[in-house]
Design a protein around this ligand. Structure first.
Ligand code: HEM
Length: 237
């Protein structure tokens, strides 16, 4: 596996920014697509808030929290604190984002019919469980060191799995919404709106690749200093 160069981090950030801009353009410039049959202003706000909170609050913030250990300079305690806070805000956005969908007149149970809603519930629930276990084991420091060391690989695996699940959920949400718009609201297949939504989906797929690559690659700075150390040893022997 190649080392994580700062340019990978840069690409991840640029893609994150592009995704944020695209979802904002969609939500703000194509507002009528989010109008519900009730035509009420409040329902429109809830409908627009859902993709915004899920993409910017849940996915982008949790991606940034995953990257924290790769760019933040400082003590391990500081990195853990920022990681925990960012993941906490991402979780709150995820819960709030699902809550906006419960505001319809049909109630909670009537809504959970789609693959998107099942995957969404699974990813936010897993995320919540992961955050709680992470809090208890790493931040609270109530556990003995050996337990924390044993749990770490599972924490990393579950964190990346949940992140990938959230991306897949957003993709199903985009597909569901766009299919609805193209079949029921006469949005043309080659319209600007369709392009924006497709680009958003593509942006999310690319972004997740970069974030996961950065997360699983060896730390660039540590690797650089190890290489320097072994080169100096080779020269001196
Ligand atoms: C990680 C991202 C996401 C998660 C975890 C998520 C989660 C959920 C959940 C749990 C529901 C069901 C709520 C209910 O039926 O009462 C839902 C509904 C919905 N979501 Fe998302 N969502 C995400 C992203 C998106 C995105 C990007 C869109 C694009 C517009 C979207 C569009 C919808 C729509 C149209 C519904 C109503 C129809 C349905 O239940 O399938 N979602 N979402």
């Amino acid at each position: 596996m190649a080392t994580v160069s700062p340019s990978l981090l840069f690409f991840a950030r640029v893609l994150g920014l592009a995704v944020a801009v695209l979802v904002l353009i969609w939500a703000l410039a194509f507002k009528s697509s989010f109008l519900t049959p009730s035509l009420s202003q409040q329902d429109l706000i809830y409908a627009v808030l859902h993709p915004l909170l899920m993409v910017i609050g849940f996915i982008l913030l949790s991606g940034e929290a995953i990257l924290v250990h790769r760019w933040l300079v400082g003590s391990r305690g500081l990195k853990k604190l920022v990681h925990l806070w960012l993941q906490g805000v991402a979780l709150a956005s995820g819960i709030f984002g699902i809550w906006t969908k419960f505001q319809g007149k049909d109630g909670i149970v009537a809504n959970f019919y789609s693959l998107h809603s099942w995957m969404g519930l699974a990813s936010v629930s897993l995320f919540g469980a992961q955050w709680l276990i992470g809090f208890l084991n790493f931040w609270h420091r109530g556990e003995v060191r050996t337990v924390r060391i044993r749990i770490l690989p599972w924490h990393v695996f579950l964190g990346l799995y949940t992140y990938a699940l959230a991306i897949a959920t957003a993709e199903t949400g985009l597909l569901e919404k766009l299919t609805f718009l193209q079949t029921k609201r006469n949005v043309p297949k080659h319209s600007t709106e369709s392009m924006v939504v497709n680009s958003l989906g593509l942006g999310l797929a690319l972004l997740s690749g970069f974030v996961i690559l950065v997360a699983v690659s060896p730390n660039y700075q540590i690797l650089q200093s190890k290489l320097l150390y072994s080169e100096t040893r080779c020269l001196s022997s």
